[in-house]
Design a binder for this molecule. Structure first.
Ligand code: NOJ
Length: 741
C-alpha cells in the first residue's frame, strides 16, 4: 500500500513539475507519461464508451463509471452538461493512478442547444462564412457544457436520396463539399483555436465511401472504383484535414470486400502515411465488433487485431481493444509500437486541449448559463434558416404574400410541430425551444387576423378519410390561399432511416389535390431531410418552399420569407429525382458514348422516364429575376501560368432586392480519364437591387483543371475546355476555350 502511494505521488509530481515548466514540451511530457503507463492503462486510453444517458447506437454501457475508475476508459460520449462531465472527470483525475483526464465527445452535428438547420439545408445557403459561424456557435455552446470533441462534420458525398444520412452532409458535389468541410472544421476548432475553451476538436466522418451504400440502404455494401474513391469521396476528407481536423471516424461500410474499419490501405497507408495525418482515428459505434458479421474477422479478438493493424487508434463502444489488446500484444499478433502510437495520438490531443493543466476547464456553468440559446445565436439560426430555404416553384408570383390583402389558412401535419423542426441529431436541443410554423406566422401577423389552422395529414401510407378531406375543404371554403405543410417527420431521415421510396406521404398529396380541385392557391412548405420524389406535388402546388428541417427559428424565419421581408436565395446541393428508378442521380455525370438526344432510340435514356431531374443541382428561385449576359474569358488560347479570369454580367430584372448564387462549371472535353460533362469549380454570391447590374468575376487556376489519370496521378491535359456560368447546373451561358501547355 505504502509503495503504491509513493508511486502515485511520484507520478503526480513528475507530471506537475513538467507542467509547471514554462516551455512545456509536449513530446517530453507525453513520453514521460507513457513511460509510467502500464499496458492496461494504455489500453484504457484507446477505449471510448457511451454512457447510459442516451443511446445513439444498438448497445449501451452501464459500467462506464467503473471503467473510468479502473483506468479502462479514456474517453466518453453521450455525456454532457457541466455537472455530469465534472462528476465523471472527477473520477478520472481523482481515482485513477495517473490522473489522466477524460475526453468527452458528442454528436454536435448542427448545434448543441441552439439547433441550426440540418447540414444539408445549410449547404443550400452556399454561405461559407455563415456555415463556419453556426459551427463556431455550436462549439461555443458544446464546450461550455464540458464537451471537447464533436463527431462532425460528416463529409460523406452521396448521390442517393434513399440514404437517410444525406441530411447530415453537404450534398452531392465534391468540390462544394470540400469547401463546406473546411468551413465547418474552421468553425469548430480552428485554425489555431484548440486549447481555447470555446473550441472543440472536430471529427471528419465516415472514412470513407459510406454515402455509396448500395440502394441507399444504411450500413450496406459499397462498390467504389479507385478512380471514384479518389475523385469523389476522398477530397472532402483531405480538405477537412488541411483545414486542421484532428480526428477521423471510420465508416461502417464494406468497401469492395474490405470493411472501412479494417482497411489498412486507406487508414494506415493513405491517411496516416501518404497524407501524414497526425491526429487519431476512432471507429464508428461497435464497428470493430461488426467485422465478425462482415465475415472478415474470425472472431472478436481477430477483429481487434485487424483494426489496430489497419490504423485504428480508438475503439468506440466495442470494448474489444479493452478485451483483447493485452493478449494480442503479448502474443505478438499486434505490436506495442502500434498501441503506443495510438495512445500518443490521443494524449497529444488531450494535451493540446489543455486538459492536463485543468481537466475541468470546459465544464463551466457560468459560461454555459450566459451563452446557451443566446439571442445572438438564435439570430444566426434564423438567418441560416432563411438562407437555406429553396424556393422551388412560384407560379404567377404568388409569393410573397401580402400581409394586408391575403387571407390565408394553414393546414398540414407539420404546422404545430416543434420537435420535428430540429431534424435528426439534435444534441441537447429541446422541442420547446423551437418556434412552430403556426406560431411564427401567427406572431408575424400580430394576432389581429386570426389565422385559421387545422392539423391534418399523416406520415404513413394511409389515405385521408372523406370526412377529414371535407373538414379541410370546409375550413378553407372562404379563403383563397392555403399554406400547406408537407414532408417528413424527423424520424424519417437520419441514421438507420433509409427509404426505398422517398416520396411525400400519400395522404398529404391527397389533401393538396383536394384543395386544388376547389381552385385554392396552395403554398407548400416542405420539411424533410432529403430530396423527395414529388413530381405530383410540383405539378399541383402554386408555390413550394423547401424548408428542410430549419431548427429553432423555423416559424419566424418562414413568416418573414412568406411575407417578403426576406427574399429566398437557397440553391439545391442535391438533385431531386422524378422517380426512384433515376437514382443515383447527380448533375456531374460523365457523358457516355451515346449521350442523350431526344427522339433518337440508340442513346442513353429511359423508355418510361425522362433523364432530367425534377429540380437540378444548383437550382432555386427568387422573388426577383436575374439575367446573365456577356460571359467572357480573359484568354483564348490560355496558358495556366497565370489565373484565367472569367466574368459575367448579372442583372436584377425583377421587382425585389435579391441574392443570387452565381455558379461556375467547367468541362474538360478530353482527359486521361473520361471527364464529367460539368464540374462545379466556383461560385460567388451577389446581392442586387432591382435594375442593378454587376460584373461578377472568377479566377481559375491550374488546380481547377487537373484530373486523375488511371494511376490516380493528378494530371493536366491541354486542349478544349468549356467554361459555363449560370444560376443552376442546367441553366448556363457557355464559352469554349483552348488551354495550352
Ligand atoms: C453512429 C454514427 O454512424 C456516427 O456518425 C455517430 O457519430 C456515432 N454513432 C456516435 O453516436
Amino acid at each position: 500500500m505504502g509503495n503504491r502511494y509513493t508511486f502515485i505521488m511520484a507520478s503526480f509530481l513528475v507530471i506537475s513539475s513538467m507542467l509547471s515548466a514554462q516551455d512545456k514540451n509536449k513530446d517530453v511530457f507525453i513520453e514521460g507519461l507513457m513511460e509510467q503507463m502500464t499496458l492496461e492503462e494504455k489500453i484504457g486510453q484507446v477505449s471510448l464508451f457511451t454512457t447510459d444517458w442516451e443511446s445513439t447506437g444498438p448497445t449501451i454501457r452501464d459500467t462506464y463509471k467503473k471503467d473510468i475508475a479502473s483506468g479502462q476508459c479514456g474517453a466518453l460520449f453521450n455525456a454532457h452538461t457541466v455537472p455530469f462531465t465534472r462528476e465523471l472527470q472527477k473520477i478520472a483525475v481523482e481515482e485513477t493512478r495517473l490522473k489522466i483526464p477524460l475526453l468527452f465527445g458528442y454528436d454536435v452535428i448542427h448545434g448543441y442547444r441552439t439547433i441550426f438547420p440540418i447540414p444539408l439545408a445549410e449547404s443550400c445557403s452556399w454561405d461559407l462564412d455563415l456555415i463556419e459561424e453556426t459551427a463556431r456557435i455550436a462549439a461555443k455552446e458544446a464546450s461550455s457544457a464540458g464537451l471537447h470533441w464533436t463527431f462532425a462534420p460528416m463529409v460523406d458525398i452521396s448521390r442517393d436520396p434513399r440514404w437517410g444520412r444525406v441530411m447530415e452532409g453537404a450534398g452531392e458535389d465534391t468540390w462544394l463539399g470540400s469547401r463546406i468541410a473546411e468551413a465547418r472544421v474552421k468553425g469548430f476548432q480552428g485554425p489555431d483555436r484548440i486549447g481555447q475553451t470555446d473550441a472543440v476538436v472536430s471529427c471528419l466522418k465516415h472514412f470513407v465511401g459510406y454515402g455509396a451504400s448500395t440502394a441507399g440502404r444504411d450500413y450496406h455494401y459499397t462498390e467504389i472504383s479507385a478512380l471514384t474513391m479518389h475523385e469523389l469521396y476522398l477530397p472532402p476528407f483531405k480538405a477537412g484535414l488541411d483545414a486542421g481536423a484532428l480526428t477521423v471516424m471510420t465508416a461502417f461500410n464494406d468497401i469492395n470486400g474490405m470493411p472501412a474499419t479494417a482497411h489498412k490501405p486507406l487508414l494506415n497507408d493513405l491517411l496516416k502515411q501518404t497524407w501524414g495525418f497526425k491526429g487519431f482515428v476512432v471507429t464508428d459505434y461497435t464497428s470493430i465488433n461488426e467485422l465478425v458479421e462482415h465475415g472478415i474477422a474470425a472472431d472478436e479478438r481477430d477483429a481487434a487485431r485487424m483494426s489496430l493493424n489497419a490504423g485504428v487508434d480508438m475503439d468506440m463502444q466495442g470494448g474489444l481493444f479493452q478485451a483483447h489488446l493485452a493478449n494480442l500484444i503479448e502474443s505478438k499478433e499486434n505490436t506495442l509500437d502500434q498501441l503506443d502510437d495510438a495512445v500518443k495520438r490521443i494524449l497529444s490531443i488531450k494535451y493540446d486541449l489543455g486538459l492536463f493543466e485543468d481537466p475541468y476547464k470546459f465544464s463551466d456553468q457560468t459560461r454555459y448559463d450566459s451563452i446557451i440559446l443566446h439571442t445572438a445565436h438564435r439570430k444566426v439560426a434564423r438567418e441560416m434558416a432563411q438562407k437555406s430555404f429553396v424556393l422551388l416553384k412560384n407560379e404567377h408570383q404568388l409569393l410573397p404574400l401580402s400581409k394586408e390583402n391575403d387571407q390565408v389558412i394553414l393546414l398540414g401535419p407539420l404546422l404545430d410541430t416543434q420537435v420535428d423542426l430540429m431534424g435528426a441529431w439534435s444534441a441537447a436541443g429541446e422541442g420547446e425551444d423551437c418556434i412552430s410554423i403556426q406560431k411564427g406566422i401567427d406572431d408575424y401577423l400580430g394576432g389581429n387576423k386570426s389565422l385559421k389552422v387545422k392539423k391534418i395529414g399523416a406520415f404513413d401510407n394511409s389515405m385521408l378519410s372523406e370526412d377529414q378531406i371535407n373538414q379541410a375543404l370546409e375550413l378553407a371554403s372562404d379563403t383563397d390561399i392555403v399554406i400547406l405543410t408537407m414532408g417528413e417527420n424527423r424520424d424519417m431521415s437520419g441514421e438507420a432511416a433509409s427509404r426505398a421510396n422517398p416520396v411525400i406521404p400519400p395522404s398529404q398529396t391527397q389533401l393538396l389535390s383536394a384543395l386544388k380541385s376547389k381552385d385554392k392557391k396552395v403554398v407548400v412548405l416542405l420539411m424533410n431531410g432529403r430530396p423527395l420524389i414529388m413530381t405530383e406535388v410540383d405539378s399541383l402546388a402554386d408555390a413550394i418552399i423547401e424548408m428542410w428541417w430549419p431548427g429553432v427559428e423555423a416559424g419566424p424565419a418562414i413568416a418573414e420569407v412568406l411575407y417578403g421581408d426576406v427574399n429566398p436565395s437557397g440553391k439545391l446541393t442535391m438533385t431531386f429525382p422524378r422517380s426512384v428508378g433515376q437514382i443515383p442521380i447527380y448533375y456531374n455525370e460523365r457523358n457516355t458514348g451515346r449521350p442523350h438526344i431526344p427522339g433518337i432510340k440508340w442513346n442513353t435514356q429511359f423508355i418510361d422516364e425522362s433523364n432530367d431531374p425534377l429540380y437540378p443541382f444548383g437550382y432555386g428561385l427568387s422573388y426577383t429575376s436575374f439575367d446573365y449576359d456577356n460571359l467572357n474569358v480573359s484568354c483564348n488560347p490560355c496558358l495556366l501560368e497565370e489565373p484565367i479570369t472569367v466574368s459575367v454580367n448579372l442583372s436584377n430584372t425583377g421587382l425585389y432586392k435579391g441574392r443570387e448564387v452565381v455558379q461556375l462549371y467547367i468541362r474538360d472535353k478530353h482527359g486521361k480519364t473520361t471527364r464529367p460533362a460539368k464540374e462545379l469549380r466556383g461560385f460567388e454570391t451577389v446581392e442586387l437591387n432591382p435594375d442593378e447590374t454587376v460584373m461578377v468575376k472568377f479566377e481559375l487556376n491550374k488546380s481547377d483543371f487537373l484530373h486523375l489519370d488511371m494511376e490516380l496521378r493528378e494530371v493536366f491535359q491541354a486542349g478544349d475546355f468549356e467554361i459555363m456560368v449560370g444560376g443552376h447546373s442546367q441553366d448556363v451561358l457557355s464559352v469554349n476555350i483552348v488551354i495550352e501547355n
